[in-house]
Write a protein that binds this ligand. Structure first.
Ligand SMILES: Cc1ncc(COP(=O)(O)O)c(C=O)c1O
Length: 440
């Protein structure tokens, strides 16, 4: 099959996500290795977004592919969810070892959305309460409930969604300001949240779900003290804290899980993406010992044909072992400040750069079209400039995502300093083009 035939058949018979199908121009990909991937005609891309912020250990790691082959050859690929298997036993134990001591029980799903769906079920069944608080600047998945949990504009065409979700502003809203510094933002946002809890009624709210570090909606680490304050506030009102670590987990922020930066213990944690580094589809909900105790005597009304799929679980174990043994979490922590320096250099040099943020290898650059800070593309919009930047990155072999007036810097955690520098060399030239769009 030649490349054009491959593209044509993909377009003719398969649907692409978040798109009018006629507008889609898929990128042909043949193979990938480490931080790179290649088109069938040999064009090489530096993967600066780990695909969907998910290939954390890098592409095609030989230890993981060997473990996958071994799992296939073992004669056990899939058995029903009621079985006990070695891959299930091993991954359950490994996760219990690497998560905080209150999390020892795990429910396996197929991706982030299913993990979040089950987290909401568990929270509702455990508390006997219905409402879930989530934030406007959030993405929690594309199933019906998760679209409603999501705050960003992808929710809007999916409404009306499942009832019982109340959206709130996080400490860094898009325009509104809770304060000028971390302390103020934390204090005022928590005051605002407490008032919302009063209006909604604490005895009707099962849980609050947050992305511990907001991902697609801005790569926003919480202000200092926020997570500790939130944990205390929710405890006071008997509301569970669900941390969605689908994107931020498994080393992305320079810690294994992002909540570790604040030393808090969530009641429920959801994971996916980096859990297998996307070598297989897998999601997971971790529940606290208190919640797990509840389900000792009460039915957990949830199930999936592919719950605890042996091949998926064996892949996750191998991927997590590589992440830990090869020091990729530490690499993310060490290269975080290096990426921060590159970003600061870009901001100093280019008038089109409004703001940069990163925690570990989780970063974003916001662009502006004037010195007043108006974004290069408005909220939920695109612009000629951002289209040009996207095209430039593609032409130059840098794979990343632009979103509204910003773009992502989320390379695989195995990236080296030199490869990071290569990425910023292309970004530097792209920003020179963006500078031409800055109005006088
Ligand atoms: C924070 C977060 N939660 C949930 C999801 C949904 O995960 P999935 O696409 O695997 O269903 C995503 C996906 O991008 C995400 O970033």
């Amino acid at each position: 099959m030649d490349t054009q035939e491959m593209i044509d058949l993909c377009k003719e018979h398969t649907m692409y996500t978040w798109s009018a199908q006629g507008d889609v121009s898929p990128l042909p990909v043949e193979k990938a290795d480490g931080v790179y991937f290649w088109t069938p005609d040999g064009k090489k891309y530096l993967d600066f977004n780990s695909q969907l912020m998910s290939v954390n250990i890098g592409h095609n790691h030989p230890k993981v592919t060997a473990a996958m082959k071994e799992a296939i050859d073992s004669g056990l690929i899939y058995v029903f969810p009621g079985s006990a298997t070695k891959p299930r036993a091993k991954l359950g134990k490994l996760l219990a070892d690497i998560t905080p001591e209150n999390l020892n029980t795990f429910f396996f799903a197929l991706g982030g959305a299913e993990a979040n769906e089950n987290a909401v079920k568990a929270a509702r069944m455990y508390t006997g309460k219905q409402k879930i608080l989530t934030r406007y600047r959030s993405y929690h998945g594309a199933t019906n409930l998760c679209m409603q949990l999501t705050g960003d504009p992808r929710r809007l065409p999916n409404e009306p969604g499942t009832p019982g979700v109340v959206h709130v502003m996080d400490p860094e809203p898009y325009n509104y300001k809770f304060g000028d510094d971390d302390e103020e933002k934390t204090e005022r946002n928590l005051e605002y949240l407490e008032e919302i809890i009063m209006y909604e009624g604490a005895d009707t709210i099962a849980a609050m779900m947050i992305e511990t570090v907001t991902g697609t909606n801005g790569i926003l680490p919480p202000p200092k003290g926020y997570l500790q304050g939130l944990r205390e506030l929710l405890d006071r009102h008997d509301i569970l804290l669900i941390c969605d670590e689908v994107m931020a987990g498994f080393g992305r922020t320079g810690k294994l899980f992002a909540f570790e930066h604040a030393g808090i213990k969530p009641d429920i944690v959801t994971m996916a993406k980096g859990m297998t580094s996307s070598y297989m589809p897998l999601g997971c909900m971790a529940i606290s010992d208190e919640i797990a105790d509840h389900f000792e005597d009460n039915v957990f009304w949830g199930g999936l044909t592919y719950n605890s799929h042996a091949l998926g679980l064996a892949t996750a174990t191998a991927s997590i072992e590589v992440l830990l043994e090869e020091g990729y979490v530490e690499n993310a922590a060490e290269l975080g400040p290096v990426m921060g320096e590159h970003m600061a250099r870009m901001q100093q040099k280019h008038p089109s750069v409004k703001e940069t943020r990163n925690i570990g290898l989780f970063g974003m650059i916001d662009l502006q079209r004037n010195a007043q800070g108006d974004p290069m593309a408005d909220y939920n919009s695109n612009s000629q400039a951002m289209d040009d930047l996207n095209r430039f990155f593609r032409d130059e072999g840098l794979f990343t995502y632009t979103r509204w007036g910003s773009f992502m810097c989320n390379p695989p955690l195995c990236i080296t300093e030199e490869q990071l520098r290569d990425g910023f060399e292309i970004i530097d030239r792209g920003l020179t083009i963006m500078d031409q769009y800055v109005e006088e």
